[in-house]
Design a protein around this ligand. Structure first.
Ligand code: PMP
Length: 405
């Protein structure tokens, strides 16, 4: 594998830090990744060299900022293989992208008695917006379950889909179980009944190749901050045929064509869904993060992180009383677990004091916790910069902590 880990690590200054006098081990990239110098430098360059508000300024700075902003839209189009930049809407994150579709799609296409199918392994961000929209419309959420191994029971999908089904929303990769769901197959099943599908790609976009045309996804959403980019930037990919039919999500500048007190006409796609000044700095700097992923090569990244996953899983399985949640063969670099008799919060606190940053609690996935009848768990998750040496250090720290209980 052509993977220069030392070079990659050198891009992330924060990884050289110590916490509590211990080398810093960052195993929380699924929550948010660290930022490389390329992204930090781009933010600085923009503000030092050519900042201006986009699309509206008739001056040099505004024009240059606009070109760069739209250049990133083009870059994202290529990154996910969309057909047109009209399909790429900037939001402030996956959460806002889902809220946009839930609100606007349901406004137009969902009526009383209709159903939206949502999987049992979703992040709260892919459940609550549908509940809110369903409540407004008198519609109902239907659960697509997963089994104890953390695999979706997609054979149930056919019986769950009916003429009341208006949309299916499912994660590409689970933020707890790490399962890479067979979204292409799910979309294929859904499309047989003319049901559109939203794919929550928050945990997939930094790790696996996305091709929205090959998947035939109707909507695909993700966040820049999990992809080595800035926080406050999200992407909504939507097929033009849907975005054209959907009413605007928010009103304001940029999303209009003409405004009068008699009425307003709306801008073309994608601007119809981009009211107000967006996160200009964040979007432009996100371009540098995408460049880094492209230079590293997604296939290299996937292979590197998979080797970390296999290595860590084997080591964790040596620990008596440790249970891993999520044992799909198609899995991303996320491992959630509990150790019998130890509270996940206590474990996370002690590991933090040993320099290991990880996540504990319900992981914004109460329905997954309910499935296993647990209040919470520990999650480690990997990014492009993690190493087997860090896994060894974590494993030793974990064993030390375990002895304390
Ligand atoms: N969906 C999934 C699967 C996630 O992991 C997350 C973030 N943890 C979200 C949605 C929400 O993303 P954001 O907070 O960036 O809006």
């Amino acid at each position: 594998m052509n993977y220069d880990i030392d070079k990659i690590r050198s891009y992330f200054p924060v990884l050289k830090k110590e916490v509590y006098n211990k080398p810093f081990i960052y195993f929380d990239s699924a929550a948010s990744s660290q930022k490389p110098v390329q992204v930090l430098m781009k933010e600085e360059e923009l503000h030092n060299e050519y900042y201006g508000n986009i699309h509206r300024g008739a001056h040099y700075m505004a024009d240059k900022a606009t070109n760069d902003f739209e250049g990133v839209r083009e870059k994202i189009k290529t990154f996910i293989n969309a057909t047109s930049t009209k399909e790429i809407v900037f939001t402030k994150g996956t959460t806002e992208s889902i809220n946009l579709v839930a609100s606007s799609f349901c406004e137009r296409f969902v009526a009383e008695g209709d159903e939206i199918i949502v999987s049992e392994m979703e992040h709260h961000a892919n459940i609550v917006p549908w509940q809110l929209a369903a409540e407004r419309k008198g519609a109902r959420i239907v659960k697509l379950p997963f089994n104890d191994s953390g695999i979706l029971e997609i054979e149930r999908l056919i019986e769950l889909i009916s003429d009341k089904t208006k949309l299916i929303s499912v994660a590409h990769v689970s933020n707890v179980l790490g399962t890479i769901n067979p979204v292409k197959e799910i979309i294929n099943i859904a499309h047989h009944s003319d049901v559109p599908v939203l794919v929550d790609g928050a945990q997939a976009a930094p790790h696996v190749k996305i091709d929205v045309q090959d998947l035939d996804a109707d909507f695909y959403v993700f966040s820049a901050h999990k992809m080595y980019g800035p926080n406050g930037v999200g992407i909504l990919f939507g097929k033009e045929k849907w975005l054209n039919e959907m009413p605007p999500y928010q009103g304001g500048g940029e999303m209009i064509s003409e405004v009068s007190f008699e009425g307003t006409t709306f801008n073309d796609l994608p601007y119809k869904f981009e009211a107000g000044t967006p996160h200009i700095t964040g979007v432009i700097a996100f371009g540098a993060a995408i460049d880094l992923i492209n230079e590293t090569g997604l296939e290299n990244l996937t292979a590197w992180e998979h080797s970390l996953l296999e290595y860590a899983t084997a080591k964790l399985k040596e620990i008596e009383g440790l249970r891993i949640y999520g044992e799909a063969t198609q899995k991303s670099g996320v491992i959630s677990f509990n150790i019998e008799g130890v509270h996940s919060y206590d474990l996370a606190m002690l590991l933090d004091k040993m320099g290991v940053a990880l996540r504990s609690g319900h992981l914004c996935a109460d329905t997954v916790m309910a499935h296993y009848n647990i209040p919470g768990c520990i999650r480690i998750s990997f990014g492009m910069y993690n190493t087997k040496a860090e896994i060894d250090a974590f494993w030793e720290a974990l064993n030390k902590v375990r002895m304390m209980f």
